[in-house]
Design a protein around this ligand. Structure first.
Ligand SMILES: O=C(O)CCC(=O)C(=O)O
Ligand SMILES: [Fe+2]
Length: 244
């Protein structure tokens, strides 16, 4: 389901990701398969999606717009959209992410929250959008399942770098975006009603060892040394000698 990314192409993605904190990979997933799957996902979102309707000012929100969209959670996807679940928990997908962000916690790992690991976001109707915000953890993945034609709205807008340079991405089937959603403010522009008048995306919360390092191991490794046999005096001398 995931195409092979050769080392040369991966080098380019790594360089882009390290420099700009985002990288966009066209057709990482098969465009044809994604397009074919979209109607199923839309019908599932309409039947089982949870309608989110929150006032302005939630966690990470920027600006004063409410948050209104429909979502399917990770457990719903596992039960009802098993193909999608398999793609985003596959070894191939983990192998693709590894050189970019390191080992990712996937469902089944104690530090992975199934319901937020993978979602389907569904927007429908003129004006539907996702307000400006930052995510509360570094790495967000976004898989786009279908094309949105020019003029349809629904672009993802990111404000990148110290200059907050606007970058607009128009969804294309199979395209995968990886970005640091905690650094890069982003939003989905309103649908105009042209094209299919709907938008489906698959956001992923990608936690890694680095982000989930527990307080216990932190204390274990870096707490002041009080080990038996530790010689306080010579350590002090050594410190002073070193800084002189
Ligand atoms: O659906 C999208 O394209 C973006 C969604 C998003 O930013 C989020 O779910 O945090
Ligand atoms: Fe987000």
């Amino acid at each position: 389901m995931i195409r092979k990314v050769d080392p040369f192409e991966m080098n380019i993605y790594q360089a882009h990701f390290y420099t700009h904190h985002y990288v966009c990979v066209p057709e990482l997933f098969s465009a044809t398969v994604c397009q074919g799957y979209t109607p199923w996902i839309i019908s599932m979102a309409r039947r089982r999606g949870q309608v989110i309707d929150k006032p302005a000012g939630g966690p990470g929100a920027i600006g004063d717009e409410p948050l209104q969209y429909t979502v399917l959670t990770g457990s719903q996807i596992q039960s009802h959209l098993s193909n999608l679940f398999e793609w985003v928990t596959s070894l191939d997908f983990a192998a693709f992410l590894q050189p970019l962000i390191g080992d990712v916690f996937m469902p089944g790992h104690p530090h992975c929250e199934l319901d937020s690991y993978v979602n389907v976001n569904y927007l429908q109707g003129v004006g539907a959008k996702y307000q400006f915000h930052r995510d509360d953890f570094p790495y967000t993945g976004l898989l786009f399942l279908h094309d949105l034609p020019e003029g349809a709205g629904g672009e993802l807008e990111m404000h990148v770098g110290p200059e907050q340079r606007p970058v607009l991405l128009r969804p294309q089937a199979g395209m995968f975006l990886l970005f640091d959603g905690s650094k890069i403010p982003h939003r989905v522009l309103p649908l105009t009603g042209r094209g299919i008048g709907e938008r489906v995306s698959v956001p992923l919360s990608l936690y890694t060892q680095v982000h989930e390092r527990s307080a216990d191991i932190q204390n274990y490794l870096y707490a002041p040394m009080t080990t038996v046999g530790f010689d306080e005096e010579s350590a002090t001398e050594f410190d002073e000698g070193f800084s002189a």
